[in-house]
Design a binder for this molecule. Structure first.
Ligand SMILES: [Zn+2]
Length: 89
């Protein structure tokens, strides 16, 4: 039984390491990595509940979309730039 607990703990530890590395390599910016335009937040309720520090963003200029780390909000942030996922479809 002890070996099962040790193996399970190592699996959890590897999973935590992978999550930490993936989180660290996500860009923490509101600037598009391809064209340097501002990224627009896409509301994603499931992602927001499961992983709050990660956001789904979309570039209006080139169409890039992807996950980014939530950067600190700048002063004067406007909610009007937020596009809900339902409005896109
Ligand atoms: Zn772009």
């Amino acid at each position: 039984m002890l070996i099962v607990a040790v193996l399970f703990a190592t699996v959890l530890f590897r999973f935590a390491i992978v999550l930490a590395v993936v989180y660290r390599i996500l860009p923490a910016t509101r600037i598009c990595p391809h064209c340097a335009n501002d990224l627009t937040l896409i509301r994603h309720p499931i992602l927001r509940r499961l992983i709050p520090p990660v956001e789904h963003r979309w570039c209006i200029g080139c169409g890039w979309n992807g996950l980014v780390r939530r950067p600190p909000r700048p002063p004067g942030f406007s909610q009007s730039r937020v596009i809900s996922r339902a409005a896109r479809s």
